[in-house]
Design a protein around this ligand. Sequence first.
Ligand code: GMT
Length: 372
Amino acid sequence: MNIGILCWPTSGGSGVVASELGAALATRGHRVHVFSYRQPFRMQPRSERFTFHPIRIPEYPLLEYPSYGMAAACALAEAARSFALDVIHAHYAYPHAVSAYLACRMLGARAPRTVTTLHGTDIALVGQDASFACLTRFGIRQSDAVTAVSEFLRGRTQSSLEAAADIRVIPNFVDTDHFKPGRHLHDVPIIVHVSNFRPVKRSADALRAFSLARRKRPARMLFVGDGPEAPAVKELARRLGVADDVQFGGEDRDIEGVLSQASVLLSTSEFEGFGLASLEAMACEVPVVATNAGGLPEVVADGQTGFLVPVGDVDAMAQRMLDLLDDSTLARRMGEAGRARAHDVFRPEVVVPRYEGLYDELLSSRREAAHA
Ligand code: GMT
């Protein structure tokens, strides 16, 4: 198949999932063309079957707000003609589902089939904004198929946007050959928190929970990622007197290297469509303390691969981290169970064929319609 993937290039999970899906599909023999305004964060084109196409957005003085979504539609339409795309797979509803729809309208009868994958904030935040809600709903309704990365997100989309009756759940995946346990090289345990420092991540809770746990035993905390609330969280570390034990590592491409050194992954989000960082930690045999929010309970098995705690309950977060740091047998058992779950349920060989099957279904239903 010839597959076009449209995604964000930033370090957020949707671009990571889109790039890794592209790489996996190319390995399975498809030709995959990735479109974004710069090369996605974790995309490494390794073969001629997996190529990146930048979306260029010209700047004209008259156009104070250059339209990325329209430029994406043109890029997709051109590429669909040049590469005979069978499928356009849009990751993140707004504006990508709408760009895919417009591209298809430009192509008429030769249009590829479209798939939109919903990731989380496209529904819970962007999709709730009055400026974007109706186009989000429209883009979803016009897609030939819609997937969501968790059952939770499917339900949330149906109830909050009344968007599409038929949303299929295909979870995210992790390559357990790549994300694997490492030998811990540090003398004190390291708590890792991965965040783009937006309010939805509640990263200050992670710091507060760490500072409570730190009163009871030596530990260090590593924040991975960057974003608008990072300066405030750094300031809070100074005020709480834990700055010497806290490191802000910024965006790190070697997330598997970081996670393989972690003793606990702490996820404090108010909402997660899925919670990819928690899954990646599990693959590295790292137990997870996560909020009982969004799709996280579908990833982290409470009491088996980690602990789920209420959103904002920093005392419970601290206690659960201490439970794990103080009991190495429990931590090892949960880490191993996490890796087993990542491998059994979320490895690419289990998940990627579900996308392939969906593309096949869409293409064969079109062939059947043409022959009817
Ligand atoms: O976490 C973010 O804010 C980034 C965001 C994105 O769209 O890139 O991630 C979302 O997609 C990931 C991949 O499916 C999910 O694992 C994250 O849970 C989801 N984030 C949120 O819903 C907050």
